[in-house]
Ligand binder design. Structure first.
Ligand code: S3P
Length: 169
């Protein structure tokens, strides 16, 4: 069954949420975010879940979220947390689009944002930049492997990104 879903994957801070919201406006699909769903169901911030319950518990919530998305969601752009791509059923949810950028490009995007401190602060895995860079190096190969479509988003206009993304999906 073609569910007409688009799943945006990629490293923290690459712009998955921003692009999903822009696609909501231009693609006729609704838009949701896996971290927002988890925060809503737990009534806790991701940062607090990591601190109080630990990362494995957060990954378990992501798994439940993935199962629910597969069963229940159609015609939607789904932005995901940077580690969501590991869900075994991700390909059953929809077309997987990897938003690609260099690590430096991602840091620039975060640091240029008016709420840069907040963006860094809410992401526990970005606390230590050396560790984050290592995680990035490991992840980029896996993102490429799992994705159906790759869109380079570094230093590009939103209009350009959306045009390429929609034409490839
Ligand atoms: C994570 C990315 C975060 C969030 C959590 C873990 C990761 O989402 O899900 O902090 O493992 O890369 P963003 O990619 O939206 O920052």
């Amino acid at each position: 069954m073609n569910k007409n879903n688009i799943i945006l994957i990629g490293f923290m801070g690459v712009g998955k949420g921003t692009i999903a919201r822009a696609l909501f406006k231009s693609s006729g699909r609704f838009s949701i975010d896996t971290d927002d769903l988890i925060e809503s169901i737990t009534k806790k911030k991701i940062k607090t879940i990591f601190k109080d319950e630990g990362e494995p518990y957060f990954r378990e919530l992501e798994k439940q979220c993935a199962l629910w998305l597969e069963k229940s969601i159609t015609n939607t752009v789904i932005s995901t947390g940077g580690g969501f791509y590991r869900q075994e059923n991700i390909k059953n949810i929809g077309k997987v689009v990897y938003l690609k950028s260099s690590f430096e490009g991602i840091l620039k995007r975060i640091n240029d944002a008016p709420n840069a401190k907040q963006k860094l602060d809410k992401r526990p895995l970005l606390k230590n930049l050396d560790e984050a860079k290592k995680l990035y190096e490991t992840r980029i190969k896996e993102y490429e492997k799992i994705s159906d479509v790759i869109v380079n988003v570094e230093a590009r206009d939103m209009e350009d990104i959306l045009k390429e993304l929609i034409s490839k999906c």
